[in-house]
Design a binder for this molecule. Structure first.
Ligand code: ZN
Length: 417
C-alpha cells in the first residue's frame, strides 16, 4: 500500500489525495494536521445537490475539520474550501467527500458522536470526544437532517398514535406521531393545535392518509377533529396509556387529601406510616418493593377510602389488559362501580370515560394497547426532563428522532445492522 492509500484507509475517507501532514501545538497538546484535497471527480460539486458546477472563487481559504482521534491524538483535516456557483442553489461552498455541508467535523466523527449520544450520557460523549454539549446538539441536528432526507419515515403507516409531549417545564409542547407497529417516532413538530397536526397530514398526503386503519390519541378534541377530517376511514381510539394516567391522577389527588387530613389531625404515627405512599399507590403491583407492599397493606387496613381509589385505578388498568369483549364487560362494571364510589374524583372520571365510551370501545375491540409505542412515549417524556440544555424544540426533536426514530447512524467502517 502506498502512503496515501494507508491514510485514506485509516481516516476512512475516499476520493481524496493526501498532500502531507504536520504537528501543531494546541493549548497543552500536540495535534496532527493532515493536508488533503478532493480528487478531480469529487472537485467542484455543489454541497447541496452534488451536481458539478462552475467554480466561483476561493471562498474563505483553507478550512479545518476535526476527524476521529488516532490513538490518543486529536486529528484535523485541512483543505481549501472554494465556492462554486450552482444553477439551482446559487453560490455555495463546494462539497467535500469527508464532511457534511457546513460541518466542522468529518462525517465519521459526526456519526460516531451521534451513535454515542443515542447510547450514553452527555457527559461521557463530551469527555470522550473532547467537544462541548452545544457541538454535540449541532452534530445530532445535522446527522438527523441528513438521514431523514434519505429515508421515508411516513411510508407504510397503518396504525399510529398522536400525542402531545410537554417540555420546558410544561410551558411548551410538541406534537408527536408514533407508529404502533414498529414503535418508532415518525414525526414531531413544535406546538399542539390543529394547524400543527394538519402539517403532518399534509406531509403524509391524501393517499397515505387513506391507508391509516387506526389512530390513537388522548382526549384532545382538536386531534379528534383533524383525524376525522383527514383520515375518515381510520378507527379513532383513545390511548389506554392516557386513560390509566387519568385514573392515576385522580388517585394521587385522593392521596393528597388524605395526607392533608392526617397532618391536620395531628396523628404523627399515622402520618409517618403514610410516607412513601405515593409510589406504592401509583406503581404497577408487580413492580412494588417489599416495603411498598407493606405500605399498601397498611393503607388497606387504615384508610378504606384511599384504598378504594387504589382499587379503582388498578381495575381500570385491568380493563385494558383484558381487551376485547372481556374488556368491555369489565369496563361496564367499572363505570357502574366508579359512579357510586362516593369519591368525587372518580365519579368525575366515570363521567369522562362515559363521554369517550365510543372511542374507548374502539380501543378495546381493536386491542390497541401497544407496549412498543408506550415505551417510546415514556422515553420521550424522560428525554424532556433530562438535564440536556435543549435550546430549541428542534434540538429536542432531533434527539428524539435519533433515539426513537430509527435514524441513528451505524458506527463508521461497520455495516448497517
Ligand atoms: Zn446545487
Amino acid at each position: 500500500m502506498r502512503g496515501s492509500r494507508v491514510w485514506r484507509k485509516v481516516l476512512g475517507v475516499q476520493q481524496v489525495t493526501i498532500d502531507g501532514f504536520g504537528w501543531e501545538s494546541d493549548k497543552d497538546d500536540e495535534v496532527l494536521v493532515i493536508d488533503l484535497h478532493p480528487t478531480r471527480a469529487a472537485t467542484g460539486r455543489c454541497s447541496r445537490c452534488a451536481r458539478r458546477c462552475r467554480g466561483y472563487d476561493q471562498g474563505g481559504g483553507v478550512r479545518r475539520w476535526r476527524a476521529l482521534d488516532l490513538g490518543t491524538t486529536r486529528v484535523f483535516l485541512q483543505a481549501p474550501a472554494p465556492r462554486v456557483s450552482c444553477q439551482e442553489h446559487g453560490v455555495v461552498v463546494a462539497a467535500v467527500p469527508w464532511a457534511r455541508p457546513g460541518a466542522r467535523f468529518t462525517r465519521s466523527f459526526e456519526d460516531t458522536c451521534a451513535w454515542l449520544t443515542a447510547r450514553t450520557t452527555a457527559t461521557v460523549v463530551c469527555e470522550l470526544l473532547r467537544i462541548t454539549w452545544r457541538s454535540v446538539a449541532a452534530v445530532v441536528d445535522r446527522v438527523i437532517a441528513d438521514r431523514a432526507g434519505k429515508t421515508d419515515l411516513l411510508g407504510g403507516l397503518k396504525r399510529i398514535g398522536i400525542d402531545e409531549i410537554a417540555h420546558r417545564r410544561g410551558h411548551r409542547y410538541l406534537t408527536c406521531v408514533v407508529d404502533h407497529d414498529t414503535g418508532r417516532l415518525v414525526w414531531a413538530a413544535p406546538g399542539r393545535n390543529s394547524e400543527t397536526l394538519d402539517t403532518f397530514f399534509e406531509a403524509l398526503g391524501t393517499e397515505r392518509s387513506a391507508q391509516l386503519t387506526h389512530v390513537t390519541a388522548d382526549g384532545a378534541e382538536w386531534i379528534h377533529t383533524v383525524v376525522t377530517k383527514r383520515a375518515p376511514k381510520a378507527a379513532l381510539c383513545l390511548d389506554p396509556f392516557h386513560i390509566v394516567a387519568w385514573a392515576t391522577k385522580a388517585l394521587d389527588e385522593v392521596r393528597r387529601q388524605t395526607w392533608n387530613q392526617l397532618r391536620a389531625g395531628g396523628d404523627q404515627q399515622e402520618a409517618k406510616a403514610f410516607k412513601g405512599a405515593r409510589w406504592a399507590l401509583v406503581k404497577n403491583p408487580g413492580d412494588l418493593t417489599g416495603r411498598q407492599r407493606t405500605t399498601l397493606a397498611g393503607i388497606a387496613k387504615t384508610n378504606a377510602r384511599l384504598y378504594r381509589a387504589y382499587l379503582l385505578k388498578e381495575q381500570l388498568r385491568m380493563v385494558f389488559a383484558a381487551k376485547g369483549q372481556p374488556g368491555r364487560v369489565l369496563l361496564a362494571g367499572w363505570i357502574a362501580w366508579a359512579r357510586r364510589c362516593r369519591i368525587p374524583e372518580f365519579v368525575k372520571l366515570a363521567k369522562t370515560i362515559t363521554r369517550y365510551l365510543p372511542l374507548i370501545t374502539n380501543t378495546l375491540i381493536h386491542g390497541m394497547s401497544n407496549a412498543r409505542s408506550e415505551a417510546t412515549n415514556t422515553h420521550l417524556r424522560t428525554l424532556t426532563t433530562r438535564a440536556y440544555g435543549f435550546h430549541t424544540p428542534e434540538a429536542l426533536i432531533s434527539m428524539a428522532m435519533l433515539t426513537r426514530g430509527g435514524l441513528c447512524p451505524p458506527l463508521p467502517g461497520r455495516n448497517d445492522p
